[in-house]
Design a protein. Structure first.
Lengths: 544, 333
């Protein structure tokens, strides 16, 4: 973490939630380093054929906008108002009751009123009123209407890339106004002007080309997994051979590539490998990985609906090519939002797949009978419930665990109990964070929706403050030392957040803990967990 | 002083004066008693329906609900049926809870930052209480007014009046709803100007309806308890409006009545063009009125269109050699 990052105490002490003297329409956005992500690399924009690729700098006055930028935006807005009832309703019915105001993690961490969901939406709504409503045309500012100017556009860019689309505000809104949709659609408009951020645009291009957002090519992807296979053999004495691109396998497994690449997601990835090996040995279940569809995450969903669809298409295409029965999805947040709410509609019907049935327990996943895709936590919980896994939870006794409900599986699916059941089955020290900060009221990691870059670290620490605050609470109260989650962005974002706010707490995926507890047939006596840390009671063995 | 509420207040005062003076001018009684109310009702119905149709005609491309409870998945995990509905019936219950009990607003919390740098979230039910009081009082007042438009007065309305006037004090008997409405509007206004965040987001179009409704309630209360209107004369007049044979009573009507009627007309005419349309919108909000079973039942997007994708063939074409070297299966050797 860089030295010039503001200290946590300073960040808290400057928080006063005061409103500026000038009204929000008369307070132009001041784009500040640390609070924004670098602009998109034109090569990435060009690679996927998005419009207006160019080098531009948010800190400079001139953003090199196309001459007819205003027409593009207004035409784009009109088009979306006609295609999305949600947008139209959300533009029309907000009463500004303010119930959402202090529900946003970015507002709680920054005190900036434009981070109140209501005001974030008003940034767009004001232009909508001016262009598309009678009252706005007639009464202007009195009814909250304003003209679209370059300054307004910059404000959009700044604040719609300070929203992680976590949807917490929508839970509290009496009309269910979903800021995530407003953000997504405004980002679409910005993308029509080539105004993406690089942390989204380049992963999108990589995903499109190589199948995963890090741009790992097929041979390297296999190498990386084989590296984990070696690690697992060292710890358990078991050698395993994962399937790649295997035709005729029972199940295609897709997870975010972040878990293949960076700690601590890598340990979760090892957990998957061990689970599939166990199921293969004991029950003959054949799971394959794919290098083509090697990304569950969908940075297209932070760009536009069309880009989301283009990237997501690989899942069904690969399942069809390989001839598997159904698809199993790993631990990921926005990947699951896309699968749950968009995939079947966009790229279905997946009539070449079967209704998912666990061949081991016979459970029919009728909740996924159309999408044909099951979540690893649903799958694992079912296995454990039926006593199909051999588990030794004492191997997680060194962990005092709390669980972070990732935004998308929570407010985009309602998956609360499955991961908790898995955690309670594989570890014996589990503690919940306060009720107002979990389940549907969970707080975002502060880095979702493509904001997990390095240059916007201050923004990430601000956005993650409420989550970290709750973690600190259980750390102090119960000695929690491990924050578990079912999201790869969480696993990438939380280590920095914890280091900043609660340095004593580490981050894990749920399946990593499954891997620790899972007793593989024929394994040697384990002395360390998947991270190479000595297991409880084994601390001295190294020394001997 | 805040220009947004000053302007709104002035606008409402102006409306009151217009009605007060206008109704006293020659021909004013017919204009303010008959033609403006008719026009307002017409505008309200036409524009309200147009607005709803506009929304309803707009497609719902994806089924994106806010899931506020456990999904329906494995049999042994209790499904939170009304916070995460999967059937139409469950959706209806969710919507009823939302519309009649303001379920989401009831969840409201207030965050505060403590001295030790800890964020604390307390239950905050005042907004919910104010909103419930406001809407139900308004509803009761509206229903009570049906007395003026129906002959004979239905038993249900009489029963409601009895309930509303259960205190049995004063003559004429005090109806609670009017005073609750006035108090609730006052609370909502004070909250708007006293809470810095809410004040910051408030527009003139947020204050205007509050002042307007306050003035409507106040003029009604004055007529009932202070000016002691000739109720029989008013009813004769309102029935003439309903029967489309409008006639101003020979004895005339008080200025308070014209003010009251004019403000109500303005509220009706303003309604469809304002945020008050949340009344209709809440029923159409896709995050609340859809089932959350998009993995079990395919949702069809009417404008779904084919997109350019990077096919496996193109992928293999680019990486075939590397794949073969790494021992990965390929389609074409």
């Amino acid at each position: 973490m860089s030295d010039d990052l503001i200290k946590p105490e300073e960040l808290i002490s400057r928080l006063d939630y005061a409103t500026p003297k000038t009204g929000w329409m008369d307070t132009p956005a001041v784009i500040r380093p640390g609070m924004y992500c670098y602009s998109a690399n034109p090569k990435s924009v060009e690679y996927v054929g998005m419009p207006h690729p160019r080098k531009w700098n948010p800190m400079e006055d001139d953003w090199l906008l196309p001459e007819n930028w205003k027409d593009i935006v207004l035409k784009g807005l009109k088009d979306r108002l006609e295609r999305f009832r949600s947008l139209r309703i959300f533009m029309d019915i907000c009463v500004r009751c303010g119930a959402c105001a202090d529900k946003c993690h970015f507002f709680l961490g920054s005190g900036d009123p434009k981070n109140m969901p209501v005001l974030r939406a008003e940034l767009l709504r004001s232009v909508y009123r001016n262009e598309f409503t009678k009252a706005g045309k007639l009464l202007g500012k009195m009814v909250g209407a304003r003209k679209l100017t370059v300054s307004v556009l910059k404000e959009w860019w700044y604040y719609y890339f300070q929203c992680t689309q976590c949807r917490r505000c929508s839970v509290f809104c009496p009309y269910g106004i979903d800021t995530a949709e407003v953000t997504l659609l405004t980002r679409e408009l910005l993308n029509e002007l080539g105004l993406n951020i690089d942390w989204i645009a380049t992963p999108v291009a990589n995903c499109y080309r190589t199948g995963n957002h890090l741009g790992i090519q097929p041979h390297a992807f296999k190498d990386m997994l084989d590296f984990f296979v070696d690690d697992i053999e060292e710890i358990t004495g078991i050698n395993m051979a994962p399937n790649y691109n295997k035709k005729g396998a029972d199940i295609l497994f897709i997870t975010p590539s972040g878990d293949v690449f960076a700690d601590p997601g890598t340990y979760t990835c090892m957990g998957y490998l061990m689970l599939f090996h166990f199921l293969k040995e004991k029950y003959g279940l054949d799971v394959t990985w794919s290098t083509y569809a090697s990304e569950g995450g969908n940075f297209g969903s932070f760009t536009s609906h069309e880009m989301m669809k283009r990237l997501n298409a690989k899942m069904y295409a690969e399942a069809k090519r390989l001839g598997v029965k159904w698809i199993l999805g790993g631990e990921c947040g926005h990947m699951w939002r896309v699968i749950h709410q968009y995939m079947d509609t966009m790229n279905g019907p997946a009539d070449f797949l079967e209704t998912p049935v666990s061949p081991i327990t016979g459970t029919v996943f009728s909740n996924a009978k159309s999408t044909k895709m099951v979540h690893i936590s649903e799958f694992t919980a079912d296995l454990i419930k039926h006593g199909k896994l051999d588990l030794d939870p004492s191997r997680n006794d060194h962990l005092r665990v709390t669980f972070h409900d990732s935004c998308n599986p929570s407010r985009g699916m309602g998956m609360f109990e499955e991961p908790r059941y898995v955690i309670r089955s594989v570890c014996r020290n589990f503690f919940e964070m306060p009720a107002n900060t979990i389940r549907e009221k969970t707080f975002c990691c502060g880095s979702g929706s493509g904001l997990n870059a390095g240059e916007n670290m201050e923004l990430r620490m601000i956005g993650g403050f409420p989550r970290a605050n709750a973690v600190r609470h259980v750390h102090e109260k119960y000695g929690v030392n491990m924050l578990s989650c079912i999201c790869a962005v969480d696993r990438a974002a939380f280590p920095a957040l914890m280091e900043y706010w609660v340095p004593e707490v580490e981050v894990t995926g749920v399946t990593e803990m499954v891997g620790n507890a899972l007793i593989l047939p024929g394994e040697i006596k384990r002395t360390t967990d998947l991270r190479g840390e000595p297991l409880p009671g084994m601390e001295d063995e190294d020394a001997e | 002083m805040n220009v947004n509420y000053v302007v709104s207040l002035l606008a409402v005062i102006a409306l009151i004066l217009i009605a007060f003076i206008g109704s006293a001018l020659p021909g004013g009684q017919a204009l303010f008693g008959i033609w403006i109310p008719y026009a307002a009702v017409l505008v309200f119905f036409c524009a309200f329906c147009q607005r709803i149709l506009e929304w309803a005609r707009c497609p719902v491309p994806f089924r994106i609900t806010s899931t506020c409870g456990q999904q329906k998945s494995l049999d042994w995990i209790p499904h939170d049926r009304f916070e995460n509905p999967t059937t139409k019936f469950e959706v209806v219950v969710r919507m009823l809870l939302e519309v009649f009990t303001f379920r989401s607003l009831f969840r409201n919390t207030r965050a505060s930052l403590k001295g030790n740098g800890k964020l604390v979230y307390n239950l905050e039910k005042w907004l919910w209480l104010g909103a419930i009081a406001f809407h139900y009082a308004f509803l009761v007042v509206l229903l009570r007014h049906l007395r003026f438009f129906l002959e004979p007065v239905p038993g249900a309305i009489v029963a409601l009046e009895n309930l509303d006037g259960f205190l049995q004090v004063g003559l004429p008997g005090v109806m609670l709803s009017g005073f609750v409405l006035l108090a609730a509007v006052t609370y909502l206004f004070l909250r708007r100007i006293l809470n810095p965040q809410v004040r910051y987001i408030s527009l003139a179009s947020d204050y205007f309806p509050l002042f307007l409704i306050f003035a409507i309630a106040a003029s009604g209360i004055i007529m009932r308890y202070v000016a002691k209107m000739d109720v029989v004369g008013v009813k004769e007049f309102t029935m003439s409006l309903v029967s489309l044979h409008p006639a101003i009573p020979a004895a005339g009507l008080s200025s308070f009545f014209y003010v009251h009627l004019f403000l109500v007309s303005m509220l009706l005419a303003y309604f469809p063009f304002s945020k008050l349309m949340h009344v209709g919108g809440v029923f159409l909000s896709p995050t609340r009125n859809l089932t959350g079973n998009s993995r079990a039942v395919r949702h069809v997007n009417p404008w779904n269109y084919p997109v350019e994708v990077h096919t496996y063939e193109e992928y293999e074409e680019e990486f075939r050699e590397k794949m073969m070297e790494a021992g990965l299966p390929v389609e074409k050797e």
